[in-house]
Design a protein around this ligand. Structure first.
Ligand code: 5AD
Ligand code: SF4
Length: 466
């Protein structure tokens, strides 16, 4: 896979830095959507800090306002248009520069709408993120609006500066794009085809993170367990050419205590990945396994390429082979044609698997996807009723499931102080449950054994084992 030369962009960073000299400029960034977008934003922040911008949480004091957008569901779209209304004043009254990037910008109808009805200075897409320094420079120098969107993909960007949000946990993107074309999903259209970073580059990044004191790594990709599949077809010659091998290598990096990953696809969950999860002591035993629907009929129309039974068999296999395995999932309710019986199948899978966490979504029509063209759309009212029923089943199961933790000792990476109670420390179990406990500041960043003493729906309370 071709790597993009970013030398020119590093030069643009220097040029903007010169323009900004002595101005003490601030930037505000709003990130919508998934962790991949958050990781992209960390790269935008990295470039901006090199240009001498400093971050602010107050849009009103920023000389540069950036929106990194998501288009997976309609509500993120609505949020952007609301925000663009708000920033009009900032641009007109204070001359703030407005930059809009990310997935939504890969959709022609959205870019058209912004061009016609909203104010902005730079529009950039998912394949031009690394060109942000050049686009920003041109917008500042020429005082004209820049739109920099391309459809070609298949390139890998290495070496961009990065400013991470957290100093204990870090995300590392291992692949980008998706080849699956699930019929509800816009991602393959806006993120392009699957392409994987070379293992050596990923391992270098993780080693660097370990040196800087990071303890937990989350590997990111739209479909992590097809890591390197496309590159292998094209004659890749790195020996680390599967996701299982990558996990095994990262597991050996000293300093890293916990490895998580999102998201795998059930259809690509090969035995070597199951074995790697089982055998790599640092790899979390929480498997995020997107179900989407429990009905074989709906799964077929969704183009998911597995049946209800295959999904349940996979879960069963992992339960047998991986001690202490737990599961989380994504579920969409109200996909076109979903009958009451289909929905019951989803509830049935939820009961059978016993998920730790469920991310629930109401089906949202996305322009350009096959799902949007289907005639048998489900009325909003039914979608909402089903969503509420699923939510109730899930919430009832949470407190029941939480009971299993009471009395157990969990090894936890201490992340910092609890947001809700600054006297308590917080961390997560291997299964990603929030735990709060009393302890001293110097434990932050360390692994500690915590005995769980009570459960409170969305968090557990514990005490340090002496
Ligand atoms: N409507 C609702 N949910 C969606 N997702 C993806 N596309 C849609 C859509 N059109 C959900 C899927 C996916 C998660 C990231 O977002 O459950 O796994
Ligand atoms: Fe979307 Fe399906 Fe690809 Fe996930 S696997 S990004 S749901 S098309």
């Amino acid at each position: 896979m071709k790597k993009v030369d970013i030398t020119e962009q590093l030069e643009y960073i220097e040029k903007v830095k010169e323009i900004n000299d002595g101005k003490n400029l601030k930037y505000y960034i709003l990130t919508m959507g998934c962790q991949l977008n958050e990781n992209d934003s960390e790269k935008i922040c990295g470039m901006l800090e090199e240009m001498n911008y400093s971050k602010t949480e107050e849009m009103k004091e920023a000389g540069l306002i950036i929106f990194n957008t998501c288009c997976v569901r309609e509500n993120a779209e609505e949020r952007l248009f609301g925000k663009l209304g708000e920033v009009k004043k900032q641009r007109e009254e204070r001359g703030a520069i407005i930059a809009i990037g990310g997935c939504m910008m890969q959709e022609d109808h959205i870019v058209e709408k912004i061009k016609q009805s909203y104010q902005y200075d730079v529009i950039f897409g998912t394949h031009t993120l690394h060109k942000f320094p050049e686009d920003l420079y041109n917008a500042i120098i020429n005082e004209k609006r820049i739109t920099d969107i391309i459809d070609i993909e298949g390139e890998i960007i290495e070496g961009l500066p990065i400013k991470r949000d957290n100093n204990i946990k870090a995300s590392v993107t291992i692949m980008n794009g998706c080849n699956n074309f699930c019929s509800y999903c816009i991602v393959p259209y806006v993120r392009g085809r699957e392409r994987s970073r070379q293992a050596e580059d990923i391992l270098d990044e993780v080693r660097q993170l370990a040196k800087q004191g990071y303890k937990e790594i989350t590997l990111l990709g739209q479909n992590v367990n097809s890591y390197m599949v496309e590159e292998n077809k094209k004659g890749n010659n790195s020996p680390i050419n599967t996701f299982a091998k990558l996990l095994t290598e990262i597991n050996q990096i000293s300093g890293i205590e916990k490895i998580r990953f999102i998201s795998p696809h059930p259809k690509d969950f090969t035995d070597d990945v199951i074995e790697a999860i089982r055998d790599c002591e640092k790899v979390s035993k929480l498997v995020h396994l997107p179900l989407q629907s429990g009905s074989t009929n709906v799964l077929k129309v969704m183009n998911r390429k597995y049946t209800k039974e295959q999904y349940l068999n996979l879960v069963e296999k992992m339960k047998q082979q991986i001690p202490n395995v737990t599961f989380s999932t994504d579920i969409i309710v109200g996909f076109p044609g979903e009958t009451e019986e289909d929905f019951e199948d989803t509830l049935d899978v939820v009961r059978k698997v016993g998920f730790e966490q469920i991310f629930m979504f109401i089906y949202s029509r996305r322009v350009g996807t096959p799902g949007d063209k289907m005639e048998n759309q489900i009325p909003e009212e039914i979608k909402h009723q089903r969503f509420d029923r699923l939510k109730k089943l899930y919430e009832d199961s949470v407190s029941e499931n939480n009971k299993k933790y009471i009395g157990r000792t969990e090894e936890i990476l201490v992340e910092g102080y609890s947001k809700n109670n600054e006297n308590l420390l917080t961390g997560r179990t291997d299964s990603n449950k929030v735990v709060v406990f009393e302890g001293k500041k110097d434990l932050i960043g360390k692994m500690v054994n915590i005995k769980i003493i009570s459960e409170h729906m969305w968090y557990l309370k514990g005490e340090i084992c002496k």
